[in-house]
Design a protein around this ligand. Structure first.
Ligand SMILES: NC(=O)C1=CN([C@@H]2O[C@H](COP(=O)(O)OP(=O)(O)OC[C@H]3O[C@@H](n4cnc5c(N)ncnc54)[C@H](OP(=O)(O)O)[C@@H]3O)[C@@H](O)[C@H]2O)C=CC1
Ligand SMILES: O=C(O)C1=N[C@H](C(=O)O)C[C@H](O)C1
Length: 273
């Protein structure tokens, strides 16, 4: 369909992938042309039927390279949305860029070194790539509030709480939040006493500049984060709760629309809104 952004969703049968298939297929400026999944159970089936929204005439496939080749042949610049697994995402993104396809990466768990390598790769290819640890506007607002608060508070810890099918810890959102606070050029949480962990990990993971991250995994949770600031006589808590994955869809669609005009890798939704 002329003028529409051709989109392939990788991880199409997963929790995020299913929502993205619905959102993309209902967007008048996008054309869902591919649905990639790992599970052989769905191969060849119509992705619309698999996710229960009616036929979309897009069969599920696991042939990543062929999909990238097909996207690269489209008249309009093609986008692949990656919501797969931390073990797969790096190679997926490299391969997409090599085909001139624009990746929108929701998958978390990439290391800082891997992101740097992908940025160099995207730069050399002059190809846009968006890595978005969290697509929800609420998280962007929470992070902005945290940046403001950090001017006045020298002590902060992050608690992230997720469903217990999550592969990576800490969450990409928590890692990004800690980075944002660390980049402000101060060190947090100067200890008043010598601390001993009687059980390893009791004080959480140590991120940059003394910031601690605590990860909780339980059935019943979706995706939640608290940023807790402390000072003499007061506690300031910022909290975001994703209660349903539909909260990510406006950010996913915006990212698809924006990535086609980028010429390099951009990290974070806050950079494009
Ligand atoms: N940026 C954001 O705002 C958000 C990011 N996420 C991130 O998105 C990713 C996916 O999350 P979620 O949908 O909950 O996870 P799911 O496990 O529900 O879905 C992952 C999908 O990817 C497939 N998959 C798994 N391993 C591979 C692989 N090696 N190669 C290709 N496909 C693979 C799975 O297939 P199969 O079932 O066959 O294994 C499944 O379809 C995670 O990294 C998560 O942190 C999640 C929510 C919001
Ligand atoms: O796995 C999830 O569910 C989520 N992953 C992302 C992360 O690691 O930050 C975004 C959100 O927290 C949901």
């Amino acid at each position: 369909m002329a003028g529409r952004i051709p989109v392939v969703v990788n991880g199409a049968t997963g929790k995020m992938g299913r929502e993205i298939i619905k959102a993309v297929s209902q967007s008048p400026d996008m054309n869902l042309i591919g649905a990639l999944a790992k599970n052989p159970k769905y191969l060849g089936e119509d992705i619309g039927e698999v996710i229960g929204c009616g036929a979309l005439e897009v069969p599920v496939t696991n042939e990543y390279e062929s999909m990238m080749a097909m996207l690269s042949q489209e008249k309009e610049l093609g986008v692949v949305v990656d919501v797969t697994h931390p073990d797969a995402v790096y190679n997926n993104v490299r391969s997409a860029i090599a085909y001139g396809v624009r990746p929108v990466v929701g998958t978390t768990g990439l290391s800082a070194g891997q992101i740097q390598e992908l940025a160099e790769f995207a730069d050399k290819a002059s190809t846009g790539c968006l890595i978005v640890p969290n697509f929800s506007i609420g998280v962007v607002l929470m992070q902005q509030a945290a940046i403001q608060a950090s001017q006045y508070f020298d002590h902060v810890e992050i608690i992230e709480l997720h469903h217990n099918q999550k592969a990576d810890a800490p969450s990409g959102t928590a890692v990004q939040t800690a980075q944002m606070l660390a980049e402000l050029g101060k060190t947090y949480n100067e200890p008043l006493v010598h601390e001993t962990e009687k059980i390893t990990g009791a004080r959480g993971a140590q991120a940059e500049e003394g910031i601690r991250i605590h990860s909780i995994r339980l059935p019943g949770l979706v995706a939640h984060q608290e940023i807790i600031f402390g000072a003499a006589g007061q506690i300031y808590t910022l909290r975001h709760d994703a209660t349903d994955r539909t909260c990510y869809m406006p950010g996913v669609l915006l990212s698809i629309r924006k990535v086609i005009s980028l010429k390099s890798l951009v990290y974070g939704l806050e950079k494009i809104i």
